[in-house]
Design a binder for this molecule. Structure first.
Ligand code: HEM
Length: 417
């Protein structure tokens, strides 16, 4: 056992990253546990969580240091995504692709799929959405002022902006936004009982949510217009169109990835600024000059995506450790973002932080977050609108956290002003 600077004692024997109970432990204990894991001579092997619809696996190595996460991300030929990036277990390929599309694939197919949509996410294209992002943020704050203090920040504020923007980009009419919201909650909930009702029926619920989104995209595919669904339906990959199944899974990836993560970053942001009023004052002294750094710091500290998985394609040594073909590794972005060898005083929320870079949007490699520019823009506009129009807004009480190891989510957060 070691005593780390957060003042909590943990021992290696009591750390099980696969146990959901670990993710419900107080933040200081989790920080201490990861500090202890980072201090080990090599990555620690953990058992896989059991699920009914996958065979038992032989466990995974937890990559918790910044250097390991960065180097594995860079070397996608050895640390591949094609056997699953969003699940620890080896799921049937159809299931993997259905819920992950290109995120669960390797180049060259991954690159071909990514190219279909990547143009829509460049800074130049995102600039064209600036007016829409601004208009929606204004509407959200207008509504919030009418609702008054005491309401749920997640549903009334944080969830609305990313949902509206990704739905607009996809060409999904307003009447279907609630379906998208509910289905993506289920897909990313990782078995949280609030969304799963009965975790034993997880696979069924997941497939049901996937099916609802699949039906939606099929019904919209013929509608035409200048949107991402049209880009997907008209795309040509090696002379072939995407099948309805591929179209559906791509659509699921975009709406799910474009929603939850940014929502959680905005909710964590309010919580962090509430707990660190000095940092908020620093930001407000020079909002335009400092907001870029503040957004990166929110994403670093929150790390809305806790980990992604890779599988080792051939025996390979990295940073003094030998990985064997077939080994699974989990890239713990959350932990790499707290690595004391890269970040001074890593547990401190510091909007002026100059060290890094963080890996909250993934490491440098082919799967680096496609939506990073969009997410940054949404978070920036939301906080500008909130903090200038309701300067006293704050989180009241502790966040109600999602029960998941994969997504660092906030389900509810009361706000006061
Ligand atoms: C990939 C985080 C917002 C779409 C990723 C990855 C991370 C991440 C860590 C890496 C996956 C890997 O290593 O395998 C985040 C965070 C966000 C955010 C923290 C918000 C704060 C968005 C938005 C979109 C988006 C707004 C819009 C559609 C995607 C897609 C991928 C991805 C499509 C897969 C890219 C690929 O496999 O090539 N994201 N994301 N993300 N993200 Fe984001």
């Amino acid at each position: 056992a070691v005593l780390v600077e957060v003042g909590v004692t943990v021992s290696l024997a009591e750390i099980d990253l696969s146990d959901l109970a670990f993710w419900e432990r107080p933040m200081a204990e989790r920080e201490a546990a990861f500090a202890l894991l980072r201090a080990q001579p090599g990555p620690v092997l953990f058992p896989e969580p059991e699920i009914s619809f996958a065979p038992p696996g032989r466990g995974y190595h937890a990559l918790v240091r910044h250097a390991d996460v960065v180097d594995a991300s860079r070397n996608a030929e050895v640390f591949c995504s094609g056997r699953g990036a969003v699940n620890v277990q080896d799921l049937p390929v159809e299931f993997n692709e259905y819920f992950g599309s290109m995120i669960n694939m390797d180049d060259p197919r991954h690159a071909r799929l990514r190219r279909i949509v990547s143009r829509a996410f460049t800074p130049k294209m995102i600039n064209q959405f600036e007016a829409d992002v601004q208009a929606e943020a204004t509407r959200i704050v207008d509504d919030l002022l009418v609702k008054g203090p005491g309401c749920d920040f997640v549903t009334e504020v944080a969830a609305r902006l990313p949902l509206k923007i990704i739905c607009d980009m996809m060409g999904i009419p307003e009447e279907h936004h609630q379906t998208v919201f509910e289905a993506s909650n289920i897909i990313l909930s990782g078995g949280d009982p609030e969304f799963m009702e009965d975790p034993g029926r997880a696979a069924e619920l997941l497939l049901g949510a996937g099916q609802r989104l699949q039906d939606l995209v099929v019904s919209l595919a013929d509608a035409g217009g200048d949107n991402l669904i049209t880009s997907l339906t008209s795309a040509n990959i090696d002379g072939e169109k995407l099948t309805m199944q591929e179209l559906g899974s791509f659509f699921i990836l975009l709406v799910v990835a474009g929603n939850e993560t940014t929502r959680n970053a905005i909710s964590h942001g309010l919580h962090l600024f509430t707990e660190n009023p000095g940092q908020r004052a620093l930001l407000m002294e020079d909002f335009e000059g400092r907001v870029g750094g503040a957004v990166e710091e929110i994403v670093r500290v929150a790390s809305p995506v806790t980990w992604m998985r890779r599988t080792v394609t051939r025996d390979h040594e990295m940073n003094g450790h030998l990985y064997r073909e077939g080994d699974k590794v989990l890239l713990f972005y959350w932990s790499a973002n707290r690595d004391e060898s890269v970040f001074t005083d890593p547990h401190r929320f510091d909007v002026l932080r100059a060290d890094g870079p963080h890996v909250g949007f993934g490491g440098p490699g082919p799967h680096f977050c496609l939506g990073a520019h969009l997410a940054r823009r949404e978070i920036t506009v939301m906080f500008r609108e909130l903090f200038t129009r309701i300067p006293q807004i704050r989180a009241a009480g502790e966040p109600d956290r999602l029960r998941s190891s994969f997504i660092n989510g906030i389900k509810h957060l009361t706000c006061d002003f």
